[in-house]
Design a protein around this ligand. Structure first.
Ligand SMILES: [Zn+2]
Length: 307
């Protein structure tokens, strides 16, 4: 299995969720070993920002890379699609401070990447495999990682009300991401929309790019795309944040009430832990032991009832 980039340049326009301004993003092929990078094309001078956990500077409502003027927000739905398709190297140029929100999911990013096509590169793909369990807690939120021969994610949320408790188990593959995760939209409560607007956030937010939940249920007339769209979106976000490891990971993750802040803190703590990962070239992976799987459902009590 070789590293991959995209076959050809591709361009798209869309609204920024928080600024409400239209931005243009250009996706370009990039050399093997260069990783995923994002660049502000409206600024002269600042270098491209590498999409790695060390460059994360904000996790309020979305994940932000970079500092001050040279920053780019709302990168997670884009990164999630890149990670799912196994794109290792790419340069994204955007003429504003955030990527377009499109419909609030990864569907349009996936469509663009599929339209550009993927190109193998003359360098092996190197996975980082977890060597021992690792856990981070923040109040009633937690993320646990377990050694495994593949990437899988088990997520649990409990918002009460209309959303209620939801759980989902995802085993990573391009087809599973496309079918089960990619179309799940971001969501918020109706009462939070006013608060975000007062803070100057979500100016571009609307029912066209978010699921909005009011006291009496869903405000979106078209309804949900999946019965459990909310937890699927949380897993979409987590997968996007996980690409900030800078390499594809092999591990099983259990998420309890995940969000960008704990996702990124977990990743930064895990990457700082000596010997927690070891490099596995893709060629060795194909001959390695089968994935160790944990039965889904047994961990609900531990995951949410203790909250
Ligand atoms: Zn999201």
């Amino acid at each position: 299995m070789l590293q991959q980039t995209i076959n050809t340049k591709i361009c798209a326009q869309g609204l920024g969720l928080h600024t409400g301004r239209e931005v243009t993003v250009r996706l370009k092929p990039a050399p093997a070993g260069s990783g995923l990078r994002l660049k502000r094309s409206d600024l002269t001078g600042p270098p491209a920002l590498k999409a790695v956990a060390a460059n994360v500077t904000g996790t309020t409502l979305s994940t932000t890379l970079g500092q001050g003027e040279n920053s780019i927000s709302t990168i997670e739905h884009f990164l999630s699609a890149l990670g799912a398709l196994g794109v290792d190297n790419l340069l994204a140029e955007v003429d504003g401070p955030e990527l377009p929100i499109f419909d609030g999911s990864s569907a349009e990013w996936l469509r663009l990447l599929n339209e550009a096509g993927l190109a193998p590169q003359p360098a092996p793909r190197i996975f980082q495999s977890l060597t021992r369990p690792f856990r981070l807690e923040m109040g009633d939120r937690s993320i646990e990682a377990w050694p495994a021969g593949r990437l899988s994610v088990e997520g649990h949320i409990d918002f009460g009300g209309f959303i209620g408790r939801q759980s989902f188990y995802y085993v990573a593959s391009p087809s599973a991401f496309t079918a089960e995760i990619s179309r799940a939209r971001t969501f918020c409560r109706a009462q939070d929309v006013e608060m975000m607007r007062r803070q100057g956030l979500a100016r571009g937010g609307s029912l066209a790019n978010a699921v909005v939940v009011g006291d009496d249920g869903l405000l979106n007339p078209e309804g949900l795309r999946y019965r459990d769209e909310f937890i699927r979106h949380k897993i979409l976000d987590f997968l996007g944040d996980l690409t900030l490891a800078g390499a594809p990971l092999l591990a099983h993750f259990t998420l309890r009430k995940p969000g960008h802040e704990i996702n990124c803190r977990f990743l930064q703590a895990a990457l700082a832990e000596p010997g927690l990962f070891h490099a596995v070239p893709a060629a060795e992976l194909q001959n390695s032991r089968p994935a160790r799987s944990r039965p889904f459902g047994l961990f609900w009590e531990e995951a949410c009832n203790t909250a």
